[in-house]
Design a protein around this ligand. Structure first.
Ligand SMILES: Cc1cc2nc3c(=O)[nH]c(=O)nc-3n(C[C@H](O)[C@H](O)[C@H](O)COP(=O)(O)OP(=O)(O)OC[C@H]3O[C@@H](n4cnc5c(N)ncnc54)[C@H](O)[C@@H]3O)c2cc1C
Length: 306
C-alpha cells in the first residue's frame, strides 16, 4: 500500500498534522512509539481550552478525534529507517514492516539532557521545570531557583524573576555571569550562588532544599533548570535534510526541509520556544504544505497528459 503521507511521531505536532491530512482525505499513516518528553509531568498549560490537561489525556482525546477519519491509521511502532526510492519514501519500523509514502512529516520531538546532578530526574517535571511559560504560574511567589551553568543563566534569571521576588540563581560551580550581569541581577534583588550542587532534597519530587558539596543547604520550593537538547529520533536514513545551529531540522515557513517531500514540525525543529500549541500549529502547517504539494503534482501531471 502506498499512502499519501507518513507522519513520524504522535505528539501534538504529528497528531495535528494527521488531523488536517485526514480531513483533506489524504491516506495517512502516523507512527508513534509514545515516548514524549513531557511524560515526566502531569499537567500541560498554556493551550487554550486544554489548560492544565494531563499530557496522556491530551493524546487520548487527539487519537479519539483521529479515529473519525477513515484515511488515518495509527501504528504504535518506532520507525528506524527512512529511504527515498524513485520519488517514494520507504519507511521501515522496528518490527521490520515496510510502508511506502509519497511524503514524510517528521514530528519526532527532542529530548533534554539534564545537568549531571544526583537526583535531578526525581524532581524534573514535578517542581523543577525548563520552561517558565509552561509552569511559572504554578510556582509563582515561591522561593525559586534558576539552575544554570551555561550561557542561558543570565537570560533565565531575568525571565523567571517575572514570577517571584524570591529568586536565587545557582551556577553549580561555574562562573558564567559577567561582573555587569551580576551587578544588574543583584540590583533587582536576585541573589547568586556559585557553589557546586551535591543533591536536591524533598519528598515525591517536591523540592525543599538544595544541598551543596560543602554540606550547606538553601531552602527552595521549586525552580527552572537550563537543559541541553538533542534529537529524540535518529534514523538510518538516506535523506539529507540539514540542521540549524541548535541541532534542529531546518525548514522554511511551510515546514519544508531541503529534501523534497520531507517536512518537519514541532520540537524536532528546535527553533525557539517549545510548546504544545506551537507544535500543533506547525503540524497543521506541515499537513497543508503536503496537501498543496500533492495537489500541484496532480495538476501538473494532468497538464502533461493533456
Ligand atoms: C517537564 C515538561 C513540561 C512541559 N510543560 C508544558 C506545558 O505546560 N505546556 C506546553 O505547551 N508545553 C510543555 N512542554 C513542552 C511540550 O511537551 C513540547 O513542546 C511538545 O510535547 C512538543 O510536541 P512534539 O509533537 O513536537 O513532540 P513530542 O510531544 O515529544 O512527541 C514526539 C513523539 O514522537 C515519538 N517518536 C520519536 N521518534 C520516533 C520514531 N523514530 N518512531 C516513532 N515515533 C517516534 C515520541 O515517542 C513522541 O511520542 C513541557 C515539556 C516538559 C519536558
Amino acid at each position: 500500500m502506498i499512502v499519501d503521507c507518513a507522519v513520524i511521531g504522535g505528539g501534538p505536532a504529528g497528531l495535528n498534522a494527521a488531523l488536517v491530512l485526514g480531513r483533506s482525505r489524504r491516506k495517512t499513516i502516523l507512527f508513534d512509539d509514545n515516548k514524549p518528553r513531557n511524560a515526566v509531568t502531569s499537567e500541560s498549560h498554556g493551550f487554550i481550552t486544554r489548560d492544565g490537561i494531563h499530557p496522556e489525556e491530551l493524546k487520548r482525546v487527539a487519537q479519539e478525534e483521529l479515529s473519525r477519519y477513515p484515511d488515518v491509521r495509527i501504528e504504535k511502532q518506532r520507525v528506524h529507517l527512512i529511504n527515498k526510492e524513485n520519488n517514494l519514501f520507504e519507511v521501515e519500523t522496528e518490527n521490520g514492516e515496510v510502508y511506502r509514502a509519497r511524503k514524510i512529516i517528521l514530528a519526532t520531538g527532542f529530548k533534554e539532557v539534564l545537568p549531571d546532578i544526583p537526583q535531578v530526574k526525581e524532581f524534573y517535571g514535578k517542581s523543577l521545570f525548563s520552561c517558565p511559560f509552561c509552569d511559572g504560574w504554578e510556582l509563582r511567589d515561591r522561593p525559586l531557583a534558576v539552575i544554570a551553568d551555561d550561557h542561558k543563566a543570565f537570560h533565565m534569571a531575568k525571565l523567571v524573576s517575572n514570577w517571584t521576588n524570591d529568586l536565587i540563581i545557582f551556577t553549580n560551580g561555574s562562573k558564567v555571569l559577567s561582573y555587569e550581569e551580576q551587578e544588574l541581577l543583584k540590583s533587582k534583588g536576585i541573589r547568586i550562588n556559585e557553589k557546586k550542587i551535591a543533591t536536591f532534597i524533598g519528598e515525591e519530587g517536591m523540592l525543599e532544599k538544595i544541598q551543596f558539596e560543602d554540606g550547606t543547604t538553601v531552602l527552595r520550593k521549586g525552580g527552572f533548570i537550563s537543559a541541553e537538547w538533542k534529537q529524540a529520533a535518529s534514523f538510518e536514513c538516506s535523506l539529507e535534510y540539514t540542521f540549524n545551529e541548535q541541532g534542529g531540522i531546518a525548514t522554511d515557513s511551510w515546514q519544508r526541509t531541503n529534501t523534497e517531500g520531507v517536512y518537519a514540525c514541532g520540537d524536532t525543529r528546535m527553533a525557539g520556544p517549545s510548546q504544545l500549541i506551537m507544535a500543533a500549529g506547525e503540524g497543521s502547517m506541515a499537513a497543508m504544505a503536503v496537501n498543496a504539494a500533492l495537489i500541484e503534482e496532480k495538476f501538473n501531471q494532468e497538464k502533461r497528459h493533456a
